[in-house]
Design a protein around this ligand. Sequence first.
Ligand code: NG1
Ligand code: ZN
Length: 550
Amino acid sequence: MTSLPVDAIKALADQHPKPPNVVFQYGTAGFRTLGHALDPVMFRVGILAALRSKRLDGKTIGVMVTASHNPEPDNGVKLVDPRGEMLEAAWEAHATNLANAPTTDALIVALEALVQNLRIDLSKPARVVYARDTRPSGPALIASLEDGFKAMGAEARNAGVTTTPVLHYLVKAINTKGTKDSYGDDSEEGYLQKLSTAFKKLVAGKPAIPPLVIDCANGVGAILAEKLAKHLGDTIPLILQNTAIDTLGALNNACGADYVKTSQKLPPSLSSVLKPGQRACSLDGDADRLIYYYLDDRGQFHMLDGDKIAALVAAFIVDLTKSAGLDDQIQVGIVQTAYANGGSTKYLSERLPVKCVPTGVKHLHHAAEHYDIGVYFEANGHGTVLFSPDTLEKLSTYQPSTPAQSTALNHLINLTNVINQTVGDALSDMLLVEVVLAHRSYTGVEWDSLYVDLPNRLVKVVVADRNLFKTEDAERRLVSPPGLQAKLDELVRRYEGGRAFVRPSGTEDVVRVYAEAAVRAQADELAFRVAGLVYDEVGGDPAKRPSEFL
Ligand code: NG1
Ligand code: ZN
């Protein structure tokens, strides 16, 4: 192919017309909206993925069809770059541009411009691998995506119904196959083998691990968790809950990581299952987020979120680098966002370098790459640990001088295999947490007591145009609308331990308000007062003013 296959594209594009009056945007989670609205977007994403592959010399590009923790009618699509990472930021704009081309002819013009501007060599091969979650709208959307691949003559591999992190793993495994950096066998089975083998080595010789309850959010995580349970055998008994992947409307409904984190409650479906003191965790709809929790002896709910996971894991890795005699050569660092609980930021920054970045995995991931070992987690439970290429090299060549050093070194090496370093991965993170709990002899109680969470509250404000809100300082301060930040500062000052910030969502048409304070009632009050200020600022309808408490 030396020029675009215009006729093939035209013929298929006409079957996926873009309706007028809708604007699509490739945001922090790719394109995401009601599933039935995405047909034209899928077709165009198929073409774009093929072009990205050609631009990168035929490397395999991933495409994941999912809307993660969103309700079932929503769906979405995102692209995965060759090393298993999120799509390069510059291409987000190309994706948005193609998705919004109003007609087939306009699409062709946009494609021609893209090929020319980016000097895409069309004679290169195009290779893609794609998958979807369990949403009912998935199969039709996959068919539109496949039309995009077909139009471009791409070599496309269907990975079927699987989790987002498995798709990221596959992309990296395919692109490193047969090289010295081989990431593992390029199959779901290869993924399960890699994680479970490393896990078994890490917990060998430790006391039996008590059963763990997993809320699978009635999503694709249920399928993978079941396969994982088979690989793990009796090393860790897994009790799978919320596995109704075929029940309409069940996905993420009153269950899953987002439900738990946002409502700060036990999913009602677990109330008759979970025993006091027993550990449980929730995955989200595509199994890249993980939240742990337990009920204490009085039946009170305790949440162990992404910040608690980061604290647990980072301290363990630091101890291992010390025991291995590598602490002067390997620096461990943390990356958080403004949503990290103030309690966690205080605890962690007294011990390790901590960086705060804007919301969105790509920001966390890139910042974590600057450390030798970078631990990044969003409070909502999305995160992973990155080992730099130098660190991996050090671990493989280091000569330990005592048996204790050798054991710690082996643990570190096994950790690099249990952790999915391409992206946050609920099942991989779950195994990681279980390793640390087993090594530390912790139950949820000891883990929870690492530090105390400040009471906090997240509120959504629906505004006419969220783009009026602009932030700085890793989203912790507003620069626009002018004057609003000063009002917020004035308000926050009146609350003990108060902190609040406002930012436009990257995935929903809302402005988010986060507040925390020393006591619960104050955190709630502060959140709703700030939400009220935001609402008044944009002249919202007084009848719909956010007003849970005021
Ligand atoms: P937005 O909608 O931009 O707040 C949400 C999450 C992010 C991230 C993305 C991608 C919160 C407050 N925000 O982004 O952390 O996970 O979705 O899914 O949790
Ligand atoms: Zn997700």
